[in-house]
Design a protein around this ligand. Sequence first.
Ligand SMILES: [Ca+2]
Ligand SMILES: [Ca+2]
Length: 307
Amino acid sequence: MNKRMAYGVLLTVLGAALSVQGFTITQVTNNDYWDTDPRISGSNVVWLDNEEASPKNINFFDGTSTTKVGFGLDPDVYGSNVVWYNRGIFWYDGTSVHQLADSSGDPVRPQISGNYIIWGESVTPAQGQLMLYDIAAGTTSPTTFADGAMFDPVLSGSIIVSAQEDGKIMGHDPSTGKSWEIYDTLNNSIQQLAACGSNVVWSDGGGVWFYDGTSTTYLGDGANADVSDSYVVWVKGHGLYFYDIAAGQTHELTDLHAGSPRISGSTVVWSGNDGHDPEIYMTTIPEPASLLLFLGASVAILRRVRP
Ligand SMILES: [Ca+2]
Ligand SMILES: [Ca+2]
């Protein structure tokens, strides 16, 4: 490689690095009614709309087209599976809809990930009961794994992560029945827990905290955080922020009245106001860490060809 070629490589990489600031944002919806509560799995997105007053439509976007799969609240998505609440718990398996629970247990907030669907039931009003549907086995059973009331249980892969009232964040593997302490926050006001692999985020009512399996980082003011294997996203004021875990850096993604961000890998979805009503937006965060590695390699090439 001659010197001119080496400079060419370097300039190309700098151009790519500069474009990191410019996100390509896709507007998934464009209408006159409210589109809210997005959830994402890969590039598949679900959300609610209030085109009809009530119940709300459950929309499923597969990256190309949108299908209305049901009516209700609290949608969640995993691959082409969708779950939601509508005086019971419903599951769309990509082809057909199944009812997993009726209204008798007062079920709430279904979630799906890996082999499981979970939801809460307030059979005993003082303490919620977590229910578990095993997709492979086709069975539903109550699951209890931690002392004290559980808050915001979430599914991460096939692991249930929840906060206890004493501030401990616990993990539970339904396939083995084993439970363990992930991290003791020493804080009894944990809200809005989210988890992905060994990454856990939560809000304490004032700001956003991130635990990577080893150490804890306070990310600053904000709420409604979500985490993937590479990034944390959250809302602060009217803006949407993300934290690049590998780089240890925080960036603003958009300041356009964004809310309810969710992330899968490096793809972020949120509900933002278009000036009239909320729409669903998504973007993929560029990968500055890998670009920097590439830039480092190019600088090394440049040094080598200098006399
Ligand atoms: Ca609109
Ligand atoms: Ca809309």
